[in-house]
Design a protein around this ligand. Structure first.
Ligand SMILES: Nc1ncnc2c1ncn2[C@@H]1O[C@H](COP(=O)(O)OP(=O)(O)OP(=O)(O)O)[C@@H](O)[C@H]1O
Ligand SMILES: [Mg+2]
Length: 232
Protein backbone atom coordinates (compact mmCIF):
# COMPACT_ATOMS: atom_id res chain seq x y z
CA UNK A 1 0.00 0.00 0.00
CA UNK A 2 1.34 3.45 -0.85
CA UNK A 3 1.58 6.12 1.80
CA UNK A 4 -1.29 8.14 0.34
CA UNK A 5 -3.65 5.15 0.06
CA UNK A 6 -2.80 4.20 3.66
CA UNK A 7 -3.68 7.73 4.72
CA UNK A 8 -7.01 7.71 2.89
CA UNK A 9 -7.83 4.23 4.25
CA UNK A 10 -7.34 5.45 7.81
CA UNK A 11 -9.30 8.64 7.13
CA UNK A 12 -12.27 6.72 5.76
CA UNK A 13 -12.34 4.76 9.02
CA UNK A 14 -12.93 7.85 11.17
CA UNK A 15 -16.11 7.58 13.23
CA UNK A 16 -15.93 10.72 15.31
CA UNK A 17 -14.10 13.86 14.29
CA UNK A 18 -13.91 16.99 16.41
CA UNK A 19 -12.14 20.12 15.33
CA UNK A 20 -11.07 23.27 17.08
CA UNK A 21 -13.14 22.62 20.18
CA UNK A 22 -12.97 25.38 22.74
CA UNK A 23 -14.73 25.72 26.08
CA UNK A 24 -14.60 28.56 28.54
CA UNK A 25 -16.18 28.90 31.97
CA UNK A 26 -16.98 32.05 33.86
CA UNK A 27 -15.59 32.15 37.38
CA UNK A 28 -16.57 35.45 38.97
CA UNK A 29 -15.11 38.18 36.78
CA UNK A 30 -12.71 35.79 35.04
CA UNK A 31 -13.23 33.82 31.85
CA UNK A 32 -11.20 30.62 32.09
CA UNK A 33 -10.31 28.70 28.96
CA UNK A 34 -10.54 25.01 29.89
CA UNK A 35 -10.48 23.40 26.41
CA UNK A 36 -8.25 25.14 23.88
CA UNK A 37 -8.73 24.46 20.16
CA UNK A 38 -8.66 20.69 20.50
CA UNK A 39 -8.69 18.51 17.37
CA UNK A 40 -9.38 14.82 17.96
CA UNK A 41 -10.64 11.87 15.92
CA UNK A 42 -11.73 8.37 16.93
CA UNK A 43 -11.74 5.52 14.42
CA UNK A 44 -14.57 3.00 14.21
CA UNK A 45 -14.00 0.22 16.74
CA UNK A 46 -10.95 1.94 18.22
CA UNK A 47 -10.12 1.86 21.95
CA UNK A 48 -8.69 5.24 22.98
CA UNK A 49 -7.55 6.19 26.48
CA UNK A 50 -7.38 9.84 27.60
CA UNK A 51 -4.95 10.58 30.42
CA UNK A 52 -3.61 13.70 32.09
CA UNK A 53 -3.37 15.42 35.45
CA UNK A 54 -6.42 16.35 37.48
CA UNK A 55 -7.90 19.54 36.07
CA UNK A 56 -6.31 19.13 32.62
CA UNK A 57 -9.75 19.00 30.94
CA UNK A 58 -10.35 15.28 30.35
CA UNK A 59 -13.95 15.14 31.62
CA UNK A 60 -14.81 18.40 29.91
CA UNK A 61 -13.48 17.12 26.58
CA UNK A 62 -15.33 13.81 26.95
CA UNK A 63 -18.56 15.72 27.68
CA UNK A 64 -18.10 17.80 24.52
CA UNK A 65 -17.44 14.72 22.36
CA UNK A 66 -20.50 12.98 23.83
CA UNK A 67 -22.70 16.09 23.35
CA UNK A 68 -23.42 16.19 27.07
CA UNK A 69 -22.00 19.72 27.02
CA UNK A 70 -21.78 22.48 24.39
CA UNK A 71 -18.51 23.93 23.13
CA UNK A 72 -18.06 27.70 22.75
CA UNK A 73 -16.75 26.99 19.26
CA UNK A 74 -15.64 24.09 17.13
CA UNK A 75 -17.49 21.09 15.77
CA UNK A 76 -18.15 17.42 16.45
CA UNK A 77 -19.04 15.07 13.61
CA UNK A 78 -20.18 11.49 14.22
CA UNK A 79 -20.62 9.10 11.29
CA UNK A 80 -21.56 11.82 8.78
CA UNK A 81 -23.78 13.75 11.21
CA UNK A 82 -22.53 17.23 12.08
CA UNK A 83 -23.66 17.14 15.71
CA UNK A 84 -22.89 20.81 16.25
CA UNK A 85 -25.70 21.70 13.81
CA UNK A 86 -28.40 19.55 15.45
CA UNK A 87 -31.01 20.67 17.96
CA UNK A 88 -31.46 18.97 21.33
CA UNK A 89 -34.17 16.56 20.11
CA UNK A 90 -32.06 15.32 17.20
CA UNK A 91 -29.04 14.99 19.49
CA UNK A 92 -31.08 12.95 21.95
CA UNK A 93 -31.94 10.48 19.19
CA UNK A 94 -28.26 10.11 18.24
CA UNK A 95 -27.19 9.72 21.86
CA UNK A 96 -29.79 6.97 22.34
CA UNK A 97 -29.02 5.16 19.12
CA UNK A 98 -25.28 5.56 18.67
CA UNK A 99 -23.72 6.26 22.08
CA UNK A 100 -23.21 4.44 25.36
CA UNK A 101 -22.06 6.02 28.63
CA UNK A 102 -20.32 4.78 31.78
CA UNK A 103 -19.64 7.24 34.60
CA UNK A 104 -17.45 7.03 37.69
CA UNK A 105 -20.48 7.27 40.00
CA UNK A 106 -22.59 4.70 38.05
CA UNK A 107 -25.62 6.99 37.34
CA UNK A 108 -28.20 4.19 37.40
CA UNK A 109 -31.85 5.14 37.63
CA UNK A 110 -32.63 4.57 41.31
CA UNK A 111 -36.25 3.42 40.93
CA UNK A 112 -35.52 0.86 38.20
CA UNK A 113 -34.24 -2.69 38.77
CA UNK A 114 -31.04 -4.05 37.23
CA UNK A 115 -33.02 -5.57 34.35
CA UNK A 116 -34.98 -2.34 33.82
CA UNK A 117 -31.86 -0.18 33.91
CA UNK A 118 -30.19 -2.38 31.30
CA UNK A 119 -33.35 -2.35 29.16
CA UNK A 120 -33.73 1.43 29.41
CA UNK A 121 -31.84 2.50 26.23
CA UNK A 122 -33.86 0.00 24.17
CA UNK A 123 -37.13 1.02 25.80
CA UNK A 124 -36.75 4.76 25.27
CA UNK A 125 -35.78 4.11 21.64
CA UNK A 126 -39.01 2.02 21.40
CA UNK A 127 -37.00 -1.06 20.45
CA UNK A 128 -37.64 -3.34 23.46
CA UNK A 129 -35.68 -6.59 23.25
CA UNK A 130 -35.93 -8.84 26.30
CA UNK A 131 -33.66 -11.48 24.75
CA UNK A 132 -30.87 -8.93 24.33
CA UNK A 133 -31.39 -7.68 27.91
CA UNK A 134 -31.18 -11.24 29.26
CA UNK A 135 -28.03 -11.87 27.25
CA UNK A 136 -26.38 -8.79 28.78
CA UNK A 137 -27.54 -9.64 32.33
CA UNK A 138 -25.83 -13.02 31.97
CA UNK A 139 -22.74 -11.50 30.34
CA UNK A 140 -22.17 -9.26 33.38
CA UNK A 141 -23.07 -12.10 35.78
CA UNK A 142 -26.07 -10.42 37.42
CA UNK A 143 -28.76 -13.06 36.81
CA UNK A 144 -29.23 -13.40 40.59
CA UNK A 145 -29.64 -9.61 40.95
CA UNK A 146 -31.94 -8.85 38.01
CA UNK A 147 -34.81 -7.60 40.21
CA UNK A 148 -32.63 -5.67 42.68
CA UNK A 149 -32.65 -1.87 42.89
CA UNK A 150 -29.34 0.02 42.57
CA UNK A 151 -29.20 0.85 46.29
CA UNK A 152 -29.29 -2.90 47.04
CA UNK A 153 -26.13 -3.50 44.96
CA UNK A 154 -22.40 -3.27 45.61
CA UNK A 155 -20.37 -0.74 43.65
CA UNK A 156 -19.03 -3.44 41.36
CA UNK A 157 -22.54 -4.75 40.68
CA UNK A 158 -23.80 -1.24 39.96
CA UNK A 159 -20.99 -0.61 37.49
CA UNK A 160 -21.52 -3.99 35.80
CA UNK A 161 -25.16 -2.95 35.34
CA UNK A 162 -24.00 0.37 33.86
CA UNK A 163 -21.62 -1.44 31.47
CA UNK A 164 -24.44 -3.71 30.26
CA UNK A 165 -26.71 -0.67 29.81
CA UNK A 166 -24.01 1.14 27.81
CA UNK A 167 -23.63 -1.73 25.33
CA UNK A 168 -27.17 -3.11 25.12
CA UNK A 169 -28.19 -1.18 22.02
CA UNK A 170 -25.01 -1.89 19.98
CA UNK A 171 -23.82 1.74 20.06
CA UNK A 172 -21.18 2.97 17.62
CA UNK A 173 -19.20 4.55 20.46
CA UNK A 174 -19.01 4.24 24.25
CA UNK A 175 -17.70 7.04 26.48
CA UNK A 176 -16.43 6.18 29.96
CA UNK A 177 -15.15 8.72 32.51
CA UNK A 178 -13.00 6.97 35.14
CA UNK A 179 -15.33 3.93 35.12
CA UNK A 180 -13.24 2.14 37.73
CA UNK A 181 -12.48 5.19 39.88
CA UNK A 182 -14.87 4.20 42.69
CA UNK A 183 -14.03 0.48 42.74
CA UNK A 184 -11.45 -1.66 44.52
CA UNK A 185 -8.80 -3.31 42.38
CA UNK A 186 -10.59 -6.64 41.94
CA UNK A 187 -13.90 -5.04 40.92
CA UNK A 188 -12.09 -2.50 38.76
CA UNK A 189 -10.39 -5.29 36.81
CA UNK A 190 -13.64 -7.21 36.39
CA UNK A 191 -15.60 -4.15 35.20
CA UNK A 192 -12.89 -3.12 32.76
CA UNK A 193 -12.58 -6.63 31.34
CA UNK A 194 -16.35 -6.78 30.81
CA UNK A 195 -16.35 -3.38 29.15
CA UNK A 196 -13.53 -4.46 26.80
CA UNK A 197 -15.10 -7.86 26.03
CA UNK A 198 -18.59 -6.49 25.34
CA UNK A 199 -17.36 -3.65 23.18
CA UNK A 200 -15.31 -6.16 21.20
CA UNK A 201 -18.45 -8.26 20.60
CA UNK A 202 -20.46 -5.20 19.58
CA UNK A 203 -17.61 -3.59 17.62
CA UNK A 204 -18.07 -0.21 19.33
CA UNK A 205 -15.35 2.37 19.61
CA UNK A 206 -14.45 3.07 23.25
CA UNK A 207 -13.10 6.31 24.72
CA UNK A 208 -12.01 5.98 28.36
CA UNK A 209 -10.70 8.65 30.69
CA UNK A 210 -8.52 6.93 33.27
CA UNK A 211 -5.52 7.33 35.53
CA UNK A 212 -4.75 3.59 35.28
CA UNK A 213 -1.51 2.84 33.37
CA UNK A 214 -2.46 -0.86 33.05
CA UNK A 215 -5.57 0.16 31.14
CA UNK A 216 -3.63 2.59 28.98
CA UNK A 217 -1.30 -0.26 28.05
CA UNK A 218 -4.27 -2.12 26.52
CA UNK A 219 -5.49 0.81 24.41
CA UNK A 220 -5.03 1.20 20.66
CA UNK A 221 -4.03 4.82 21.30
CA UNK A 222 -3.34 6.98 24.36
CA UNK A 223 -4.06 10.71 24.27
CA UNK A 224 -2.50 12.91 26.95
CA UNK A 225 -4.01 16.24 27.98
CA UNK A 226 -2.34 19.15 29.71
CA UNK A 227 -3.99 22.45 30.56
CA UNK A 228 -6.86 22.12 28.07
CA UNK A 229 -4.78 20.86 25.16
CA UNK A 230 -3.81 17.50 23.73
CA UNK A 231 -0.06 17.25 24.14
CA UNK A 232 0.52 13.74 22.78
N1 LIG B 1 -18.44 24.49 35.52
C1 LIG B 1 -17.17 24.84 35.79
N2 LIG B 1 -16.89 26.01 36.37
C2 LIG B 1 -15.61 26.37 36.64
N3 LIG B 1 -14.55 25.62 36.36
C3 LIG B 1 -14.77 24.44 35.79
C4 LIG B 1 -16.08 23.97 35.47
N4 LIG B 1 -15.98 22.75 34.91
C5 LIG B 1 -14.65 22.48 34.88
N5 LIG B 1 -13.94 23.49 35.40
C6 LIG B 1 -12.45 23.56 35.51
O1 LIG B 1 -11.93 23.14 34.25
C7 LIG B 1 -10.75 22.39 34.43
C8 LIG B 1 -10.90 21.03 33.76
O2 LIG B 1 -11.86 20.24 34.47
P1 LIG B 1 -12.12 18.71 34.16
O3 LIG B 1 -13.18 18.25 35.07
O4 LIG B 1 -12.36 18.56 32.69
O5 LIG B 1 -10.71 18.07 34.53
P2 LIG B 1 -10.27 16.53 34.56
O6 LIG B 1 -9.04 16.45 33.71
O7 LIG B 1 -11.41 15.66 34.22
O8 LIG B 1 -9.84 16.34 36.09
P3 LIG B 1 -10.00 15.06 37.08
O9 LIG B 1 -8.87 14.11 36.72
O10 LIG B 1 -9.80 15.66 38.43
O11 LIG B 1 -11.36 14.48 36.89
C9 LIG B 1 -10.52 22.31 35.92
O12 LIG B 1 -9.59 23.30 36.28
C10 LIG B 1 -11.88 22.61 36.51
O13 LIG B 1 -11.76 23.21 37.77
MG1 LIG C 1 -12.52 14.28 35.33
Amino acid sequence: MTLSSAASASRSNILLNASKLTKTVQVGEQTLSIIKEVDIYINAGEFVVIMGKSGSGKSTLLGLLATLDYPDSGSVELADHMLSDLDEDALAVIRQRDMGFVFQSFHLLPTLTVAENIAFPLDIARRPNQARVNELIEAVDLGHRRDSLPNQLSGGEQQRTAVARALVSHPKIVFADEPTGNLDEQNANQVMQLLLDLRQQVGSALVVVTHDPALAAMADRVITMHDGRIVS
